[in-house]
Write a protein that binds this ligand. Structure first.
Ligand code: UD1
Length: 423
């Protein structure tokens, strides 16, 4: 069984380069199916989820060539509308945007159920409502979702009850080649949505996003191939910034857009950290103490749910009490139990976590509950006294490129090991 062995107590100091965004990569590579031709994608993170995703694309008939910075996709051949379950795919949520992409490309889609981190029930009613509004018939058959365009894809006015990231992406992708205009009201405003729109517009689409959740897509007849560079990963940047301060260190995250994770920066400042923001870099330093603060997760531009577990680990050692309210996913406090094994004092009541800060955490054997929970455990273990073993690191590998190398380069001590366990 694999684990990460972490020696705690060393302040991280130095610079960390941020990789391309995981959550921008999936919708953009999905949207490439709307185009016929060869396209190069750069700044793509080489993480497990992305490598699995490219295997899924290959199984649909896409030519995939990997290079040091990314991938070239060749979408000129016939694309299959049937996406069966890939063996490594059960934790991958990114395939959700293949629904809109296959409908847009072939007029139909047959998809196995969607995976993703176990952080909530993750319904897809808003995706389905959007597809139906565009003229798609949907059925569930033997575990597969079957979608078929009735006559032709037709633009429509679609109101989302919640600004779901995945549903907004699917509607944008499916309506790009539809007839007429689609208007999404209360759409998601995450930077990954804008990146998807920028890619599609570079291919000749006609999409406008005004920043207040209204997205207008005027259908076009065809798209042409375009090479594209993916934006930086705001969640990765926020994770290392928190990690540096949590270890009482001084870390600069480079090649990132600070605006994308401003709420995290503001909250770290509120907690007493010194944070300097530059054009494409952010430096975070521990000053003399961290005080407890309150955090509420919200859709962008609010505090991101994907940084909530890391913040929980960070606040475990703050002075005083902190309250975290999680409003996006109902099952996202699973890491609290593992942090408790390290000496944290966390009480969960529904969607609220109350964290009473302790002066130190101790190394322990812990299990990664999900991707961001894994990042939170690394933050806790690096700032704890003694050695920790973090089991099941595969979840971390799914979302963080070269994480061990990046941490060790700034003074952390993390080693990947394996042991045989007698069951
Ligand atoms: C994406 C991100 C994930 C991030 C999340 C919120 C990817 C691959 N994953 O996930 O890392 O945590 O955005 O920023 O990009 N909902 C419905 N019905 C739907 C769809 C969603 O009720 O049809 C609810 C969900 O249960 C959840 C909330 O909406 O409570 C947010 O989900 P959504 O924004 O869709 O997240 P994902 O696209 O799954």
């Amino acid at each position: 069984m694999e684990y990460l062995e972490v020696q705690g107590g060393n302040p991280l100091r130095g610079e960390i380069n941020i990789s391309g965004s995981k959550n921008a990569t999936f919708p953009i590579l999905s949207a490439a199916l709307l185009v016929k031709g060869r396209m190069h994608f750069s700044n793509v993170p080489k993480i497990l989820d992305v490598l699995t995703f490219t295997k899924v694309l290959e199984s649909l008939g896409v030519g995939v060539e990997e290079d040091t910075d990314g991938f070239t996709l060749d979408t000129s051949k016939d694309i299959s509308s049937i996406k069966d379950s890939h063996p490594e795919e059960h934790n991958l949520r990114g395939t959700q945007t293949l629904l809109g992409a296959l409908i847009g490309r072939t007029g139909e889609a047959k998809l196995s159920s969607l995976g993703g981190c176990n952080i909530g029930t993750r319904p897809i009613d808003l995706h389905l409502k959007g597809m139906q509004a565009l003229g798609v018939d949907l059925k569930w058959e033997e575990g597969f979702l079957t979608a078929k365009v009735k006559d032709k894809l037709q633009g429509n006015l679609i109101y989302l009850d919640f600004p779901s990231v995945g549903a907004t992406e699917n509607i944008i992708i499916a309506s790009t080649l539809a007839e007429g205009e689609t208007i999404i009201q209360n759409g998601a405003r995450e930077p990954e949505i804008r990146d998807l729109i920028n890619f599609l517009n570079a291919c000749g689409a006609n999409i406008e996003m005004n920043g207040s959740g209204i997205i207008k897509i005027k259908g076009v007849n065809a798209l042409k191939p375009a090479d594209y560079s993916i934006i930086s990963d705001r969640i990765e940047a926020a994770t290392y910034l928190i990690m540096g301060i949590a270890t009482r260190g001084d870390v600069k995250v480079r090649n990132c857009n600070p605006y994308y994770f401003e709420p995290v920066i503001m909250k770290l400042k509120e907690a007493g950290a010194e944070v300097d923001v530059y054009d494409k870099e952010v430096r975070g330093r521990f000053r003399d103490h961290i005080r407890g603060i309150n955090v509420k997760t919200l859709p962008f531009p609010g505090f991101p749910t994907d940084v909530q577990p890391q913040m929980m680990a960070f606040l475990s050692r703050a002075e005083g009490t902190s309250v975290i309210i999680e409003t996006i996913f109902e099952n996202r406090f699973r890491v609290a139990e593992e942090l408790t094994k390290m000496g944290a004092n966390i009480k969960i009541e529904g969607n609220t976590a109350v964290i009473t800060g302790v002066s130190s955490l101790n190394g322990a054997n812990v299990n990664v509950p999900d991707l961001r929970g894994g990042a939170a455990l690394l933050i806790a273990a690096l700032s704890a006294e003694g050695t920790s073993r973090i089991y099941d690191p595969i979840h971390i590998d799914r979302g963080y490129e070269n994480i061990i190398e990046k941490i060790n380069k700034v003074g952390g001590i993390v080693e990947r090991k394996a042991e045989s366990r007698i069951l």
